[in-house]
Write a new protein. Structure first.
Length: 569
């Protein structure tokens, strides 16, 4: 739950909507840039309205140039997506406005205790009431309404969703904010934490499968999950896999509870969590709330320690009238990951160095050598950092500052490659950038098989065997980096013959840079393989998606047989 209050007119997105629209906007992380540049995002709440309501073309351009993303609210921002198309619209996963029409229309969607008392999201409570009722994330009708509502809002031109209260912690309470486990209508018993995590993970997977073109940010708790397990928990891993971006609400500088050392509440533990999110192919937003310059530099340093180029730093304090020039820095290319020694974090770049002294430690003096300057342009060969202090130093002759730090859009489509430089490559010979599957791992050159890796059989569709390809299972999503050099993709697709007759039906989709290029429609076991051809000219991110059709995802073993790319070498 975002810590600043959210005005009533901004939470009107929770009201029911009847229309169902197709999602047509781009949704992948298409504006990634150098890890040495700050991708600054903005939580544009009501205090920011002066810059977005009736703003001049020059102000609109400034916002586009300086904010990689803005978290915005519908319906207020609906009329503004034409000039700021990278808005991520706020929705709450299970919080239902107390004074909206929805609770009276669908009281069965509200979680209740064993005595039938309605339960709330334990946030902002006072005087025996809380602003949000707790919705039942296991209720299929609530889930269907939520997805339909999200589609309707996204159709206004938003780039994606910023989903609040993605709580893998068990956060349901009474009207005073006290934790109360709800009655579980599925079991007839008090809901367990295991079931809560499962219901949330399943709901998030449904959202991901239903909105494949939308960029999804989860505002989730980085330490969620059972003690000693945390994000090693399979339900938490499924939650991370269902997101594009994980929002770290209090970042590195704004979380006063972070400690030194390597304990469970340490800065090192938080950065290690971010490393694991990156390893799963997802990005993070480091969300900071301080307008103190030293704290801003500390937060930016924490961002640069882990930045991959797809991450973001969200600064609550920045406005067009209060922009910090430190966000203009360009450190260039990282020379490796961050290091950690004796309480000091360090990461070197071609254009500078980042130093961060953890909380609780003594002052440290670091000699960096000649040729460095601080963010004020003052030359220095050494810096002394107290606890919870950081320094970002630029290197003479290194990367040039960015002014303004505009998001980098994908390069323009390239022309067709010359015939002499064209070659074909099987996807099964390439490494994907990320891959998720609802049943077992994605397999190369074999069918999906069962849960263990490597247990698949030869790919076979309607009696025809294929030596090369990808075996997977709905819901699945596989991403490949194209670099703008490929002209096309081809494959034949179908449900694998390992599925019993009469079972299994899926939908194959090909997306690139958030645009859907192919949709198979319903494909069932025993039907002939379908040929796929997609034009990838100028595209950078290829996504192969398999959705369940109309009967759940049981037995939905799906093959991308003979899948190959034609690329310019």
């Amino acid at each position: 739950m975002i810590s600043s209050s959210t005005p009533k007119h901004r939470r009107a997105t929770l009201l029911p909507r009847l229309a169902l629209f197709a999602v047509t906007m781009a949704g992948s992380l298409t504006y990634a840039q150098s890890p040495g540049v700050a991708n600054v995002s903005k939580l544009a709440n009501s205090g920011f309205d002066g810059y977005t309501s009736g703003s001049s073309p020059s102000t609109q351009q400034w916002l586009r140039d300086h904010y990689y993303r803005m978290t915005v609210y519908s319906p207020y921002f609906d009329s503004k997506t034409s000039w700021y198309p990278r808005g991520i619209v706020y929705l709450n996963l299970y919080g239902i406005l107390r004074d909206s029409a929805l609770p009276n229309q669908h009281p069965e969607w509200i979680l209740k205790d064993q005595s039938g008392n309605w339960l709330s999201v334990p946030w902002g409570c006072g005087g025996g009431t809380c602003p949000l009722w707790a919705g039942d994330v296991s209720n299929p009708d609530y889930r269907a309404w939520w997805v339909s509502n999200a589609r309707s809002i996204l159709s206004k031109g938003y780039h994606g969703l910023w989903i609040d209260d993605v709580n893998m912690e068990f956060r349901v309470g009474d009207s005073n904010g006290n934790q109360v486990p709800p009655f579980d209508r599925n079991t007839g018993q008090v809901m367990t934490w295991d079931n809560w995590r499962r219901y949330v993970a399943e709901f998030l997977e449904q959202i991901r499968g239903s909105l494949p073109g939308a960029e999804l940010t989860h505002n989730s708790i980085w330490y969620a999950g059972p003690g000693g397990v945390r994000d090693g928990d399979p339900y938490v891993q499924r939650q991370i896999a269902a997101a594009d971006v994980i929002n770290i609400e209090h970042g590195v500088a704004s979380d006063g509870g972070l400690t030194g050392g390597t304990g469970i509440w340490s800065t090192a533990a938080l950065l290690s969590y971010i490393d694991r999110v990156h390893a799963r192919g997802r990005a993070v937003t480091v969300m900071e709330f301080s307008n103190d310059r030293a704290a801003q530099e500390y937060g930016l340093a924490g961002y640069f320690l882990v930045s991959t180029g797809k991450d973001q730093i969200s600064d609550y304090a920045t406005t067009p009238d209060n922009w910090w020039s430190g966000y203009n820095v360009n450190l260039g290319t990282p020379l490796g990951p961050y290091s950690y020694s004796n309480g000091l974090f360090r990461r070197d770049f071609t254009g500078g160095v980042v130093l961060l002294n953890e909380p609780g430690g003594g002052a440290k003096t670091i000699n960096v050598g000649s040729g460095y300057s601080d963010l004020n342009g003052t030359g220095t060969q050494s810096v002394t950092l107290g606890a919870r202090r950081a320094a970002i130093l630029t290197k003479a002759g290194g990367a040039a500052p960015v002014a303004p730090p505009a998001p980098v859009a994908p390069p323009a489509p390239v022309g067709p490659p010359t015939p002499s430089s064209v070659s074909s490559q099987y996807l099964s010979d390439m490494n994907w950038t990320s891959a998720i599957s609802a049943w077992g791992p994605v397999e190369k050159n074999t069918s999906n098989g069962e849960l263990p890796a490597g247990d698949g059989k030869p790919l076979r569709i309607n009696g025809t065997q294929y030596a090369r390809g990808i075996g997977t299972h709905a819901y699945s999503e596989i991403h490949y980096a194209l670099g703008g050099r490929c002209s096309g993709m081809s494959a034949v697709v179908g449900v694998d013959d390992e599925v019993p007759n009469g079972l299994g039906s899926v939908i194959f989709q090909v997306w690139a840079d958030g645009v859907k290029l192919y949709d198979s429609g319903r494909v069932s076991r025993g039907e002939p393989a379908l040929s796929v051809a997609a034009d990838l000219s100028g595209r950078f991110d290829l996504s192969l998606i398999v959705n369940g059709a109309d009967n759940g995802i049981d037995y939905d073993h799906a093959d991308w047989a003979d899948a190959k790319l034609t690329c310019n070498q």
